[in-house]
Design a protein around this ligand. Structure first.
Ligand code: NAP
Length: 253
């Protein structure tokens, strides 16, 4: 059981990459972590890296399955009685020409990156409210602001998650549950293999997932509504809003 003062946080996709490092960093900050994802061994390997063993939960879950999500809510409720922070991190990335992307890829991308966070934000609302100061953290992407060619479905899913986060902040905020939208840039994880060609051709640098996780927790603990990487990416987001043709030209090259 967590200490009475320990924050209780659920992280989806906690078996690898950014999710694993969000879990490690949360445990270093004294939080009790529920790790969820489809692969039990990956979750167990993440749990073994956490501080404060014994206070964490491993709950294998496919977030695209309604019955798994129901069991997840029940298990968190039975173990903790309330939830302080829900981190919707699980995500899938697909890159490639749009004309050769099948329906199954569209559906899996939206089921994981959009529908699951929306359903979990709804189903955990009572437990987040019960904590007295709940927060939902949605892990989007820079692709949600700057849509990339050859990543149309992925960009669309992260843009949808961003819009959802803004609407939910306005709806849940006045009822005591805050919402943070996070837009990491390219990060060295398994998912990065999907944009290896883009990284090679653009000379894009990759952040390390531990640095990304530390930045996210720092800004979440400061109560930020959104988390963007430091540096030139913020300028690109502004240019995209004001002069999208400039971004069209840059990305076409
Ligand atoms: N890497 C980047 O450059 C980058 C940049 C910006 C944003 N992001 C976002 O960061 C998040 C984490 O990605 P990552 O880079 O850390 O990649 P990753 O290592 O591939 O992590 C994705 C995680 O999501 C889990 N997952 C996928 N489908 C799931 C499902 N149906 N149910 C439960 N869990 C599921 C996977 O675990 P299982 O396979 O065991 O289920 C995996 O642990 C994603 O939302 C991604 O879009 C990544």
């Amino acid at each position: 059981m967590p200490q009475p003062e320990a924050k209780r946080v659920l992280i989806t996709g906690a078996g690898s990459g950014i999710g694993r490092h969000l879990a490690i960093e949360a445990s270093m900050r004294g939080m009790a972590v529920a790790l969820c994802g489809r692969r039990h061994e990956a979750l167990a390997a993440s749990e073994a890296l956490l501080d404060g063993g014994g206070r964490h939960l491993v709950i294998p879950t496919d977030v695209t399955r309604a019955e798994d999500r129901r069991r997840l809510v029940d298990e968190i409720g039975a173990n903790w009685g309330a939830l302080d922070i829900l981190v919707n991190n699980a995500g899938v990335v697909h890159g490639g020409p749009h004309e050769s992307t099948g329906d199954a890829t569209f559906e899996a991308t939206f089921a994981t990156n959009v529908t699951a966070p929306m359903a979990l934000a709804r189903d955990f609302f009572p437990l987040l409210s019960a904590s007295g100061h709940g927060r939902i953290v949605n892990i989007g992407s820079m692709f949600g602001d700057i849509a990339y060619p050859s990543f149309a479905a992925y960009s669309a899913s992260k843009s949808a998650l961003k819009g959802f986060s803004s609407a939910l902040r306005r709806e849940y905020g006045k009822r005591g549950v805050a919402v943070t939208y996070v837009a990491p840039r390219a990060t060295q994880t398994d998912a990065a293999s999907a944009f290896a060609d883009l990284i090679r051709s653009s000379g894009m640098r990759l952040d390390s997932p531990d640095v990304v996780a530390r930045r996210i927790w720092r800004d979440v603990e400061r109560g930020k509504d959104s988390v963007y990487p430091p540096g030139v990416e913020r300028l690109y987001v502004l240019i995209e809003r004001l002069y999208p043709r400039l971004i069209d030209r840059a990305l076409a090259n």
